[in-house]
Design a protein around this ligand. Structure first.
Ligand SMILES: [Ca+2]
Ligand SMILES: [Ca+2]
Ligand SMILES: [Ca+2]
Ligand SMILES: [Zn+2]
Length: 268
């Protein structure tokens, strides 16, 4: 049987299911041992003015909303991101603060959003997050918001990312680890921890460390009372957990990643 999971056939609900199943399978393979995924409810809303795409922790439900301005049911990146909020919530009890997305924001929010994006993209096997829709903030990008975790921190003009957008993704608001930070910065560092290495990325010496990151996010952080950097769990605490998992041998590799993105991390 051939399934047609595309827009032309109005197959939004099947498209959502397709991505959720993919993300679920990936996560089952990469969960730290002893953890299990429970049930998830999924809802598809078409042309609703009041329902927006999100994960609802109290009912463990991913809601994917599709309107002419926001075609989330055909955005695997968006669906996988919401799915990863479910994973983090059910494993840690932590509810994502919600909000954010384009500008520098509070470090705990950047952590939960960046983690959901990086894990979601890892499940999809792509460094490029794509969200179809009309973004009034980014009209020059027309109908798609794109983010590629593999882009260099200092973007040459040919990458097509507007300078103010690139600035938001680099460094912190006050140059300290307490300052506001972009969720995309967190996502880029988490992505590079998990993917391979290549000559094109001299700052990325870490390879295939998915377990290091899932351990950090799902086991270390919820069980840790340590709290460095900004108040609450943030990138600093996550990097501390990653180094605890792998030991000081990876210290310099982690510092290469944080320096590339302008994040002032100093290991304990
Ligand atoms: Ca890497
Ligand atoms: Ca990389
Ligand atoms: Ca902290
Ligand atoms: Zn989110």
């Amino acid at each position: 049987m051939n399934w047609r999971v595309d827009r032309a056939h109005g197959a939004g609900a099947l498209s959502v299911l397709n991505t959720l199943r993919r993300a679920y399978s990936w996560t089952m393979v990469h969960l730290p041992s002893g953890l299990a995924l429970g049930g998830l409810r999924a809802r598809w809303a078409q042309n609703s003015r009041s329902l927006f795409t999100h994960y609802q922790p109290d009912v463990r439900e991913v809601l994917i909303s599709s309107t002419p301005d926001s075609l989330d049911d055909f955005d695997p990146s968006v669906i996988a991101h919401e799915f990863m909020h479910f994973v983090v919530h059910t494993q840690t009890g932590e509810e994502a603060p919600g909000g954010g997305h384009l500008y520098k924001t509070d470090p705990p929010l950047a952590l939960s959003e960046g983690a959901a994006t990086a894990l979601g993209q890892a499940a999809l096997g792509s460094s490029e997050y794509i969200s179809l829709g009309k973004y009034w903030q980014l009209q020059e990008l027309e109908y798609a918001f794109r983010f590629n975790a593999e882009l260099p921190a200092k973007l040459p003009a040919q990458f097509g990312v507007p300078e103010p957008v690139a600035q938001e993704r680099f460094g912190t608001s006050d140059g300290s680890p307490n300052g506001q930070v972009s969720e995309w910065l967190d996502a880029m560092i988490f992505w590079d921890m998990m993917d391979g290495t290549s000559a094109a990325e001299p700052h990325d010496a870490l390879s295939n460390d998915i377990f290091g990151l899932t351990y950090t996010l799902l086991v270390y952080l919820p069980g840790s009372t340590a709290n460095r950097g900004a108040p609450g769990h943030d990138l600093t605490d996550a990097l501390d957990g990653f180094l605890q998992y792998y030991g000081p041998a990876l210290r310099e590799d982690v510092l290469k990643l944080t320096r590339e993105r302008g994040f002032p991390y100093s290991p304990p």
